[in-house]
Design a protein around this ligand. Structure first.
Ligand SMILES: Nc1ncnc2c1ncn2[C@@H]1O[C@H](COP(=O)(O)OP(=O)(O)OP(=O)(O)O)[C@@H](O)[C@H]1O
Ligand SMILES: [Mg+2]
Length: 323
């Protein structure tokens, strides 16, 4: 039974290539491109597939690039459900500059979705059988999709008893929080942007997330801070996981690998803290792959053995219903 459904409103064919120097005017001769199906929830589904979890990826796609996109996804054996749209699925480019090792990322806007097209995505979530336990909605919203789309999804998920894991940013995120979700995985940058605060100290970061939990905007928050490690906050308390010492080839896809492994572990019935460890391992494993490559299962397994948590439980007066 598929335990996890992912929803990606703005998928992209990710094209990764390299060139010696990125400079204006001159033609930049590039290496043979690698193409991957991308977009937040698509990457999450690919990670779950690699970890041999059960998952369906739902996404709108159209045009010739939409056909290419669906073929790329099928070649990774990801079970998918495509909502056909009139517009053309977007492409994104990652260019690795050989001379400096820097990565340049060109992200194109997605096609404009008609109301009937984005509504069809919500309708599919409502009627998909068997009903998934977790829904991972990840990534930006393309033009035409209302800012409160994820808020509508949060409301729908609650009414269906589906636990919504949301990884997005800006206004769509703040609107969804008004409704309340099961889990959030903001990066520190996204949390700062959401709250309009600098959150310079650990204490201010902790208070900001505690506030989200107290307002019941989320039950579980994994706050990722790149090379500075990650925090997990839930009803049980707070845990810090220092970053693992890995060589960074590319940080692209670290967050998606993190969310994918956490969702996979939760769907297997592991505790939230255990799932967080898998998230940290997968986020770190993603750094070892170039361009838009995601984590490899073997590397996730290996790094999982190195994850260490420093946890503090809440006192009884704060409730201890955490798992
Ligand atoms: N430079 C790094 N060194 C070690 N670990 C890292 C590094 N960058 C990312 N990670 C790992 O990957 C996880 C997710 O990375 P990050 O916090 O950058 O989130 P993200 O979702 O990729 O960011 P954003 O959405 O803002 O681009 C981290 O919690 C950490 O485990
Ligand atoms: Mg992210």
């Amino acid at each position: 039974m598929p335990h996890i459904l992912t929803l990606t409103m703005n998928p992209a064919v990710d094209i990764a290539t390299s060139t010696d120097h990125v400079t204006p005017t001159h033609k930049l001769r590039c290496s043979a491109p690698q193409r991957h199906p991308g977009g937040g929830g698509i990457n999450v589904a690919r990670v779950i597939q690699r970890l041999q979890g059960s998952c369906v990826a739902l996404y709108p796609a159209g045009g010739a690039s939409g056909v290419l996109f669906s073929n790329l996804l099928a070649s990774e054996r990801v079970t998918s459900l495509c909502i056909p749209i009139a517009g053309e699925t977007r492409e994104s480019y990652t260019v690795h500059e050989n001379a400096t090792g820097k990565e340049y990322r060109f992200v194109l806007p997605g096609p404009e979705l008609a109301r009937s097209e984005w509504q069809a995505c919500l309708d599919h979530v409502a009627k998909i059988t068997p009903r998934p336990r977790f829904l991972v909605a990840s990534g930006s919203l393309p033009p035409g999709v209302p800012t409160d789309f994820y808020a509508q999804l949060a409301r729908l998920s609650k009414s269906l008893g589906i636990q919504l894991i949301l990884d997005t940013s800006g206004e769509p995120l703040s609107a969804a929080l008004e409704e309340g979700v099961f889990m959030l995985k903001p990066s520190l940058r996204e949390l700062r942007e959401l709250l309009g605060q600098t959150l310079d100290s650990e204490q201010s970061q902790r208070e900001a997330v505690e506030n989200i939990l107290n307002k019941q905007q989320a039950q579980l928050v994994a706050l990722s801070m790149g090379a500075d490690g990650a925090w997990l906050f839930n009803a049980q308390g707070a845990c810090y996981a220092p970053a693992l010492p890995v060589t960074v080839l590319s940080a692209v896809g670290a967050g998606d690998s993190f969310v994918g492994a956490m969702a996979w572990a939760l769907a297997r019935g592991l505790t939230e803290r255990e799932a967080f460890c898998w998230g940290v391992a997968a986020g770190s494993a993603a750094l070892a792959s170039e361009g838009t490559g995601l984590c490899q299962a073997q590397e996730v397994e290996r790094l999982h053995g190195f994850v260490q948590l420093q946890c503090s439980d809440r006192g009884p007066e704060r409730g201890s219903e955490g798992r």
